[in-house]
Ligand binder design. Sequence first.
Ligand SMILES: [Zn+2]
Length: 388
Amino acid sequence: MTGSAVALTGALRAALREELDSARALRRRLHAHPRVSGDEADTTDLVVDALGAGPGLPAAETGRVVLLGGGRAAEGCIALRAELDALPVTEATGVAWAATGGAMHACGHDVHLAATVAACRAIDRVGAPLPVAALLQPREETAPSGAREIVASGLLDAIGARAVVGAHVQPHIDARRIAVTPGLVNASVDEFEITVHGGGGHAGYPHTVRDPVVALASIVLNLQQIPARRIDPVHGAVCLVGGLSAGTAPNVVPSSARAIGSLRLMRAEDRQQAARELVEIVEASAAAYGCRADVRLVDGEPALRNDPTLAHRAAAALHAEGYDVVTDFRSFGADDFAHYSERLPALMMFVGVDGGAGLHDPRFLPPDDAVDTVAEVLLAGYVAALAG
Ligand SMILES: [Zn+2]
């Protein structure tokens, strides 16, 4: 880091300390009042209020982008992204501030929101060189993705965003360890629906039917050829069939059968190849059973690619601040933050936490001090992006 970056980091950390008590309290309020994807307006209002910088601009219906810090606005800003939505999960943490009513912040978004407020207010306090944009994004957990909509809307251009920075709590990483991985971090994910059309009839006359259930069973197994034999294992692939449906009676061959699933890949070229292979395998397998199949593919998130320069800078800064930093954490999880990484230099960092359970689990509850760590990590991302 340059001398000025070191000085700025010191000032930001001092300013951050003033914000942490109220940020932790905000985290508990958000946790107690979760709102699921598409219904985030109340959460947005709470966070915008806490930022104390005016109403901001609308983003993807229920979201908002709020600029803080003077700086030289003509030179643009750096966006810190936080997800607004909770999950349709019934909380089982047993804490006094647990949510009731069947929604829960089981992915740590309450922590990310509170940390983003603290980081943005710290940047505002010290009068940092560039404004920061609190990018309060709805619909991270569902389609249509809030990030995709924000990118398509031109909002990032309108505010002059030069980079987008995010952080996510991650119970698969040791507590207090931070993962700042240059390059590919998360897989792309696309969903598919397969419908096999056969010829139904009486179970006692199998030679007169074309059985779509047997064809579909074969398709499910054959699809495992994609990760096992079609995609270079160095880069990896996941093909998951998550749902099957066909028929209603034990003695009737149905006329159709259906499967739903998802494909996850790290590289764009593998993503295209896997989609082609999927259609080819499904059609050929169905034909072998005298059936016909339709495949519907729905584009999901692209792979998430961290800007290498931003990652190296942020990793060095966090290491200098005494954090245990790893630079090789990758997973086949997906995050719609990937849409930002296709459009602008972007950096998603993962903050190790002991949440008592995995993400999306009804018992998942990171400790309050995760707010402090996520805020410090976001500030390191902001300072890294300033130099860009
Ligand atoms: Zn999440």
